[in-house]
Design a protein around this ligand. Structure first.
Ligand SMILES: *Cc1c(COP(=O)(O)O)cnc(C)c1O
Length: 226
């Protein structure tokens, strides 16, 4: 008898998602795993594509533009998610390349995205990022500004799919996930982009529809900060 092959990280993450969904009485299929491939070269991405993974996340427009066009030729059904901060002057490039934009967090960016969508003729799903822990250094709109940002996004013609957050590091994330879920419910939004390698299972039990998982799938990023 040969030694059992260790489960591929993708299988482990998918079964973690499925198990957490069932615990919460949800359907595993209602959770999209976004494989965060930032900083990783195409050689590291291809095995996941081969295994059937189709949703990927990148932090930077330029890095995605260098990596994905050729991969997409081979796998046209890939969906690309921009999960990092976006500068307004890159809105057009982002709209042209991505299928979803997860860090929409300020009026000037909403306006730039609205113009870019009208010009480019593509309308990627947008998630409004909320600074859920009210951290000074973090992106995301203040909870108090969310209703106004949502109004503005709808007025600008953005398809708002839901809310996104990155909870404070090193403390229990569950209360923050629960708060984001409540904010979405109150706003009538169904999408919840929350949960990363260390906490995606918790996020799924609290309603995440999109989890953004990098290091648990690809290994560490070699100290490159996001
Ligand atoms: C890098 C990043 C992730 C993935 O982080 P891991 O801890 O590697 O899973 C998720 N979301 C955002 C916004 C990121 O920048």
């Amino acid at each position: 008898m040969t030694a059992a092959t260790p489960p591929h990280p993708l299988d482990a993450v998918l079964s973690g998602i499925a198990q957490s969904a069932r615990i919460a009485g949800r359907e595993p299929a209602d959770v999209t795993l976004i494989a965060v491939s930032k900083t990783h070269p195409p050689e590291a991405i291809v095995p996941l594509l081969t295994a059937g993974q189709r949703a990927f996340g990148e932090n930077r427009v330029q890095e995605a533009a260098a990596k994905w066009p050729s991969l997409r030729e081979a796998y046209p059904d890939v969906s690309l998610h921009l999960i990092g901060q976006l500068q307004s002057n890159k809105a057009e490039d982002a709209v042209a390349m991505f299928d979803a934009i997860h860090a929409v967090d300020r009026p000037s960016l909403v306006d730039a995205l609205g113009k870019a969508m009208a010009k480019v003729g593509r309308h990627p799903d947008c998630f409004l990022q909320v600074n859920i822990g009210a951290e000074e250094q973090k992106g995301g709109c203040a909870i108090a500004d969310l209703a106004a940002l949502l109004d503005r996004a709808r007025g600008a013609g953005l398809p708002v799919a839901g809310l996104m957050c990155i909870p404070p590091a090193d403390i229990e994330p569950a209360p923050y996930f629960a708060l984001l879920a409540k904010l979405a419910r109150d706003a009538g939004l169904t999408g919840l982009s929350m949960g990363m390698s260390s906490d995606y299972e918790t996020a799924v039990t609290l309603g995440a529809t999109h989890v953004r998982v990098g290091s648990a799938l690809f290994g560490a990023r070699g100290g490159v900060a996001a």
